[in-house]
Design a protein around this ligand. Structure first.
Ligand code: FES
Ligand code: FES
Length: 163
């Protein structure tokens, strides 16, 4: 069994720990750090439920080795709200009823965040294209896409207000 000492920033907090080199990032986050908002469903890179942000990009944490998180900045769903104030994407998912069992929701929200942070003007069609790697077993997708486009508009308004 091989181990590696890593240090990374998770949701704004510096974390140092020893990981076994076969651990996935999802295992580390959920089982060692107790951040169970990250959901693991397929465990093989097919569904996007386990998505987290690594240095701002969306990754399937079930396929990402914990050892490779050394020196990275990671955001999980627990790190998105600002105190009691939900991120616009989280709020839009609630407002639009885009959550049923909720298992896909953290991954959906984080994939959408990475996408909109990079491309805030994406069309509704492009949003659907970019979200293709995130599967939902419950909602039929329309409410999810409505929530993301609503949040896109809210985030753009927010950016204009602060300029
Ligand atoms: S649990 Fe990681 S992609 Fe499905
Ligand atoms: S809300 Fe149940 S899997 Fe998406």
């Amino acid at each position: 069994m091989m181990e590696k000492q890593i240090e990374c920033v998770i949701n704004g907090r510096t974390v140092s720990l020893v990981v076994e080199t076969h651990w996935t990032l999802s295992f580390m986050i959920r089982e060692k750090l107790g951040l169970t908002g990250t959901k693991e469903a397929c465990g093989e890179g097919e569904c996007g439920s386990c998505t987290v942000l690594v240095d701002g990009d969306a990754f399937n944490s079930c396929l990402y080795l914990a050892a490779d998180a050394d020196g990275k900045t990671i955001t999980t769903i627990e790190g998105l709200a600002d105190g009691d104030k939900l991120h616009p994407l989280q709020q839009a998912f609630v407002d639009r009823g885009a959550i049923q069992c909720g298992f896909c929701t953290p991954g959906m929200v984080l994939t959408a965040k990475a996408m909109l942070d990079k491309s805030p003007d994406l069309s509704a069609e492009a949003v659907r294209y970019h979200m293709a790697g995130n599967l939902c077993r419950c909602t039929g997708y329309d409410k999810i896409f409505e929530a993301i486009t609503e949040a896109r508009d809210q985030m753009k308004k927010g950016d204009q207000t602060t300029c």
